[in-house]
Design a protein around this ligand. Structure first.
Ligand code: DLL
Length: 431
């Protein structure tokens, strides 16, 4: 069975617009009837479902943001009875920032299909051995690509992340052909393959890498060390997970699965919809989902959309790699981190509010350090007491964020004060 759908993925603009219009109208009615929170937002604007008949009516709808998700947490945006929900996935973070997304069986099926398309676009098929080293569990990376690989009919290695030497051993023994993981982990795997002297014994041909920003230079490096073609994949938990968009052989942006998601670009300050080709914030409306169909969800990712002929034959619009964010979320080693989470841990641990988050990339791996000033009382502690406190902070930050920074306690007044906004983030990753 082949899950490449030329009838959808290569549909004419007119056919796609009709399909999107019909699915949008249906989804608006579904959320209006089943989500009191959303009905409240529509009522405030005097909107009823009949007002949204086609794509042209989309701008009438209100935007949804992470704040709405927070206000409605956990079940307030659920559009199906719990009895129909079979899965949740979630982002890392505190209760306040955490996103919980719900899936019915149909939602999982369409997500699998989106990821299957990405695997097929990277040259995958039934004969492939798909090695999934994205994290499994609440993170969408592992389950998403796993489902896509099953859908394609490839043999799937549900490796999850970590234990790098074992990953490489499996790669050699089972002949993995497609690697799915974050680009930084791919770079690390590449280096380790070389240091283990196994470059000639791996059979990888392609990689599907996403969940964090990565440069063209990094792509070239990974392609060289692992001797593969490296494809980008994008997505976010709120909208389903990986596979919202994916790269094809042309590698000039990621095709958005437009039969499932409508994309818009807006001015992040005014909310005005911008024409194609303009840089702005990406907004998605889900038009086929049942349990958690967010409409006009502001992703905070800044990018450009372009619709032009692609040599692969797909007609779906393309998005560039995200060029930044319109909020303060950082993505460190593939994990979403808000500076406010770090501040909460520091203050709850009796530290001063004078801190700095230092980010860099060494050998394509993010380095993550939190420098925080000691109080004058702590400064007179012994070296042993100070290093115990550093270890405690690492543990508390790991619990909050899901990843461990290096923590360095610095002398009182050693971190430069600012007259305006404090400069708390020094991001030297040059992505
Ligand atoms: O990162 C889903 C995913 C998993 C995508 C595996 C691709 C592969 P979240 O944890 O909710 O979901 O983080 C979503 O990550 O809004 C972007 O800012 C960023 N992001 C995702 N893919 C890319 C990419 C997953 N290819 C947030 N390039 C998004 C740059 C990306 N940033």
């Amino acid at each position: 069975m082949n899950y490449y759908h030329p009838d959808m993925e290569c549909a004419s603009r007119e056919k796609l617009r009709d399909l999107q219009s019909e699915r949008l109208a249906r989804t608006v009615r579904h959320v209006y009837e089943n989500v009191p929170y959303y009905r409240g937002l529509m009522d405030k604007r005097g909107l009823v479902p009949g007002d949204v008949k086609s794509l042209d009516d989309l701008p009438k709808l209100p935007f949804l943001t992470k704040d709405d998700l927070r206000d409605a947490y956990p079940y307030g945006l659920l559009a199906k009875p719990l009895a129909d929900v079979i899965r949740i996935q979630s982002t890392s973070g505190t209760t306040g920032k955490r996103v919980v997304a719900f899936y019915t069986q149909n939602d999982i099926d369409l997500w699998d299909e989106c990821c299957a398309r990405a695997i097929i676009a990277a040259g995958g098929g039934r004969d492939d051995v798909v090695h999934v080293s994205y994290g499994y569990g609440l993170f969408t990376g592992g389950p998403g690509l796993n489902g896509g690989s099953h859908r394609v009919g490839s043999m799937t290695l549900p490796m999850s992340s970590g234990n790098t030497e074992r990953q490489i051993q499996f790669m050699v023994d089972l002949g993995s052909t497609i690697l799915c993981c974050t680009p930084s982990y791919a770079a690390y795997l590449g280096e380790t393959v070389i240091s283990m002297g196994l470059q000639d014994r791996i059979k990888l041909k392609a990689g599907i890498f996403g969940a964090e920003a990565w440069s063209e230079e990094m792509r070239r490096d990974i392609e060289k060390t692992l001797r593969i073609k490296a494809y980008d994949i994008y997505g976010l938990t709120e909208i389903s997970g990986p596979g919202v968009s994916f790269e094809c052989s042309e590698q000039t942006g990621m095709h958005i699965n437009e039969d499932h998601f409508i994309a818009e670009i807006i001015d992040p300050d005014t909310g005005e919809v911008l024409p194609e080709g303009t840089r702005g914030e990406l907004v998605f409306s889900c038009i086929t989902k049942e349990a958690f169909p967010l409409l006009r969800y502001r992703t905070r990712d800044i990018c450009v959309l372009t619709r032009r002929e692609c040599s692969c034959g797909r007609t779906f619009i393309k998005m560039t790699k995200p060029m930044g964010r319109s909020d303060d979320m950082l993505i460190i080693r593939g994990v979403n981190v808000f500076p406010s989470q770090i501040e909460t841990v520091l203050l709850n641990s009796g530290m001063t509010p004078n801190y700095r988050i230092m980010l860099d990339r060494v050998n394509h791996m993010d380095t993550f350090e939190v420098q925080v000033e000691m109080t004058p009382e702590m400064f007179s502690d012994t070296v042993k007491q100070i290093s115990t406190r550093e270890r405690e902070l690492v543990a508390a930050l790991r619990t909050m964020l899901g990843i461990s920074p290096k923590v360095t306690l610095t002398a009182p007044r050693s971190i430069a004060r600012s007259e305006g906004k404090a400069v708390r983030i020094v991001d030297n990753r040059k992505i």
